[in-house]
Design a protein around this ligand. Structure first.
Ligand code: IPM
Ligand code: MN
Length: 348
């Protein structure tokens, strides 16, 4: 029997609640489809920071490298640790160190879920660049606190980085409905985003079966609200993709439904799976967080591990639960009830 080694980082707040829920479902999928999951829990979080002064041990990255996949709940507890510290100490270094350059975020309405839009039948796959761009971390501050203070934060776009994310997007589009929308702001950002467009055009020549649209981020925000059904694969830079995927979460009914996979496509290091939502301190530990985004992220993990059938079954089980009205609105069901409904559908 194949055994997959998972590193679990539940993190903070509802990250703990939803990781537990997702792992119950993953365990049920493993028994049904005949593979084993062996998981090790890492308590790296803001609470860990308060005790140790770091979000993870110095050899944290090297420890994670030995696993087949990483599952992360959520990071952040701003009442005790500033987000700029907690995220730069755990989540963002993992994405970069393991070259998890493709952040895959699906946006569609699950059966029974009523989104805020009149639009229905949209199915968007957002591919967010996940290692460079606006999140490069290049910058600094001088004259802190003075009138002449300056803060600089530079976006970094490399040919290798832009090419690989776009190529990944083209491959996804080819496997789906054959349309790719590249999102930039090349009318205002005349170096990086014009460069991005050039690389898109170069690659488009290699994918004559994929139709390409170029959109500016502002127009794209409007499009996702007005006509999301026209979109297939959307490729965007790190920050643009971050913003668009919260919008994507909103149109699919809320952050409780938005799954995400941080993928290292060449498999030279583990990939990481985490729901888009954050730690939601206000509802943490109350058994009311919606675990569907987390379970869906788990399905993405199973697919990446090569368990396509189990992954599809977990997605169908989520859909069977929401089709019955379970978890379709905040406050309707507890975390445990939603998890149990998904497991029941998976085992049926
Ligand atoms: C996300 C989150 C993170 C990001 C934050 C927590 C740093 O918003 O995964 O979308 O911006 O990447
Ligand atoms: Mn985000």
């Amino acid at each position: 029997m194949t055994t997959y080694k998972l590193a679990l980082i539940p993190g903070d707040g509802i990250g703990v609640d939803v990781t537990d829920a997702a792992m119950q479902v993953m365990g049920a999928a493993a028994s049904r489809f005949g593979f084993a999951l062996e998981s090790e829990n890492f308590p790296w979080s803001c609470a860990y920071y308060l005790e140790h002064g770091t979000m993870m041990p110095e050899d944290g990255i090297e420890t994670l490298r030995g696993f087949d996949a990483i599952y992360l709940g959520a990071v952040g507890w701003p009442a005790t640790v500033p987000d700029s510290v907690s995220l730069h100490g755990l989540l963002l270094p993992i994405r970069k160190a393991f070259n998890q350059y493709a952040n895959i975020r699906p946006h569609r309405l699950l059966p029974g879920v009523e989104g805020p839009l009149k639009a229905e039948g949209f199915d968007i796959l957002c591919i967010r660049e996940n290692t460079e761009g606006e999140y490069s971390g290049a910058g600094g501050r001088v004259h802190e606190g003075k009138d002449n203070e300056v803060a600089v934060e530079t976006s970094v776009f490399t040919r290798a980085g832009v090419e690989r994310i776009l190529r990944f997007g083209f491959e996804q589009a080819r496997a789906r409905r054959g349309h790719l929308t590249s999102v930039t702001k090349s009318n205002a950002q005349k170096y990086s985003m014009v460069f991005w467009n050039e690389v898109t055009r170069e690659l488009a020549a290699e994918y004559p079966d994929v139709t390409v649209s170029h959109m500016h981020i502002d127009a794209m925000a409007a499009k996702m609200v007005m006509a999301p059904q026209d979109l297939d694969v959307v490729v965007a830079s790190n920050l643009f993709g971050d913003i668009l995927t919260d919008l994507g979460a909103a149109i699919q009914g809320g952050l409780g439904f938005a799954a995400s996979a941080n993928i290292n496509p060449d498999r030279s290091a583990p990939s990481m799976f985490e729901p888009v939502h954050g730690s939601a301190p206000d509802i943490a530990g109350k058994n009311i967080a919606n675990p569907i985004a987390a379970i869906w992220s788990g399905a993405q993990m199973l697919e990446h591990l090569g368990e396509a059938e189990a992954s599809a079954a977990v997605l169908s089980a989520i859909e069977a639960a929401t089709a019955k009205g379970i978890g379709i609105r905040p406050g309707l069901n507890t975390t445990d009830e939603i998890t149990a409904a998904v497991i029941a559908a998976l085992e049926a």
